[in-house]
Design a protein around this ligand. Structure first.
Ligand code: XMP
Length: 516
């Protein structure tokens, strides 16, 4: 495998993905982790030092364990990784007057660098740096320059070190994946044994070892991660021991409950606990219109319902499974520690149930080594329908935060109907997969309309469709007008309570994706 030392660069995670895409297993650890024998096991064939928001000359900037400069396995430094190596080995790094940002063609000064195998001169790299190498460290050679005459690739073949000023992990970097593959496969000699089939095999073994014949409970939301986690548990362990609990909050999408149970049955579920908790959720929400109070009420009810239902259905000791992904661990600060460390806390972390089980050591997270796109591939491999595997994200509080103002069963029904027409049409028109997240929002305003001779006051429905990579920022989807108009009239024709449809044209920032 290849180990990536992460110094908090925005694209550090992508390095791991690209290496895995090349068929080589990669793991990310804190940039300043001490490189003990337990970390540098014999299967580690190479190290990559990532980029960072820091400058090497800034106080408190992260440093790798010094051992990294005298290892007998190859090391690749990317951006900050190259600068810190230069700085600590007698070279000079200084701020640039003008940052080098975006595309930059790379001119070779040397052509025999193994990193550049099968890569033509003048390929277009992708830069993002405010510091540059002023002087290479002794023993390091310049391999290539950027179009601004700055050092772009260096090597110290004797020491087994290569360095890139640009970011090969970014999709805009031509030949970036090939450079990383050249490093992992040709320079490090790492084997191409990483595949989803292998993951399924390894996961089954891990799960059997960890859980044995004990019971496992998984809470199913209907989303991609929990469904795939369920599929993997069912494939790896005895389905008799697996309890899949789905809680119908009354704020789910149309036919969600039926679809979830049908899918899990197909995957071999034997203990499916479909909990009708609609009254328990909607009751306490009556009359509440403040968004955060609604969220808190829904969150509290989740905790209460889970406790009640677990006590009812599961006796004795059990493990709690979660669909946590590799990125969730990294984002909640468990994977790496740095300035960009805790970006957001994973919403599953922190409930008394999860915390308690964590303390007992009774948590299993079978997807914790996977990126989202790998989870999707795994889902397909396990036989889960494409429609589920490529589903847009759906918030925990469900339609509760898409009904602006107070939530009632009637409003849930109206929104469910309209949302389902919208989403179905997106599928039919081939638009769904081009959108990161699409949904409808029911507004608490009535607007006047005419039906026949009568004037009627109907609800206003807002349609939202955004493109994004991670939900942190989002652009409005450039909706084809014809489709938008047709979908709007379908909705007003079929859902009589809705008198007017509008399209939300705000990006994030300054808006958010959801309305509440
Ligand atoms: P915003 O609205 O903050 O949303 O731009 C970013 C992403 O997070 C989802 N979201 C939530 N997910 N509980 C969740 O589980 C919530 O309370 C919540 N609020 C927003 C939203 O759907 C989008 O994908």
């Amino acid at each position: 495998k290849i180990l990536i030392l992460d110094f908090g660069g925005q694209t550090s995670q992508l390095i791991g993905r690209r290496i895995r895409d090349a068929g080589v297993y990669a793991e990310i650890i804190h940039g300043d982790t001490e490189l003990t024998d337990q970390i540098l096991t014999s299967d580690v064939k190479g190290l990559i030092l990532s980029g960072s928001p820091y400058s090497v000359y800034e106080e408190g900037s992260p440093r790798p364990d010094k051992k990294v400069y005298s290892l007998d396995i190859p090391v690749l430094g990317i951006c900050y990784g190259l600068q810190v190596t230069t700085w600590e080995n007698g070279g000079k790094v200084a701020p640039l007057h003008t940052k080098e940002y975006g595309r930059s063609a790379i001119r070779y000064r040397k052509t025999d660098c193994p990193l550049l195998k099968d890569i033509p001169d003048n390929f277009v790299s992708w830069m993002s740096h405010g510091d540059s190498l002023d002087e290479l460290a002794p023993g390091f050679d310049l391999v290539a320059e950027s179009e601004h005459d700055l050092p772009a690739i260096v090597e110290n073949r004797e020491k087994g070190f290569w360095g890139l000023q640009f970011h090969p992990e970014v999709t805009h970097c031509e030949y970036g994946s090939r450079i990383l593959e050249n490093f992992a496969v040709h320079i490090c000699g790492a084997s191409k044994g990483w595949s989803m089939d292998k993951y399924v095999e390894d996961a089954a073994e891990r799960l059997k070892k960890q859980v044995g014949n004990e019971k496992v409970l998984l809470l199913i939301s209907g989303g991609v991660d929990s469904t795939v986690a369920g599929g993997l548990l069912l494939k790896s362990l005895d389905p008799k021991n697996i309890y899949l609990m789905y809680i119908d909050t009354g704020m789910m999408r149309k036919n969600e409950t039926e679809k979830v149970s049908e899918n899990l049955k197909k995957l071999g579920a034997e203990n499916l606990l479909i909990i009708d908790a609609r009254d328990r959720f909607l009751g306490p929400l009556e009359g509440i219109s403040d968004p955060e109070t609604k969220r808190k009420s829904i969150g509290d009810t989740f905790i209460r319902v889970q406790e009640e239902e677990i006590a009812k259905h599961i006796s004795g000791d059990y493990f709690l499974a979660q669909g946590t992904l590799y990125t969730d661990l990294i984002e909640s600060g468990k994977g790496v520690g740095n300035k960009a460390g805790v970006i957001k806390s994973h919403h599953n972390v922190g409930t008394p149930l999860v915390e308690g089980k964590r303390k007992e050591g009774k948590i299993v997270e079978p997807l914790d080594m996977l990126y989202k796109d790998e989870v999707r591939r795994l889902g397909l491999l396990l036989g889960i329908e494409e429609k589920i595997v490529y589903r847009h994200p759906f918030p925990g509080p469900g339609l509760g935060i898409r009904i602006i103002g107070d939530v009632t069963e009637e409003k849930c029904d109206i929104l469910r109907e309209a949302d389902s027409i919208y989403i179905e049409e997106l599928h039919k028109r081939g638009l769904y997969s081009r959108i990161w997240q699409a949904f409808a929002v029911l507004l608490p305003v009535r607007s006047v309309g005419v039906t026949g001779d009568a004037r009627e006051y109907g609800y206003v429905l807002a349609l939202r469709a955004v493109v994004s990579h991670d939900g942190m920022t989002a652009d409005v989807f450039d909706f084809p007008t014809k489709d938008l108009l047709e979908i709007s009239s379908l909705i007003t024709n079929k859902v009589k309570e809705i008198g007017r449809v509008v399209y939300d044209i705000s990006s994030k920032p300054p808006s958010t994706i959801e309305w509440e």
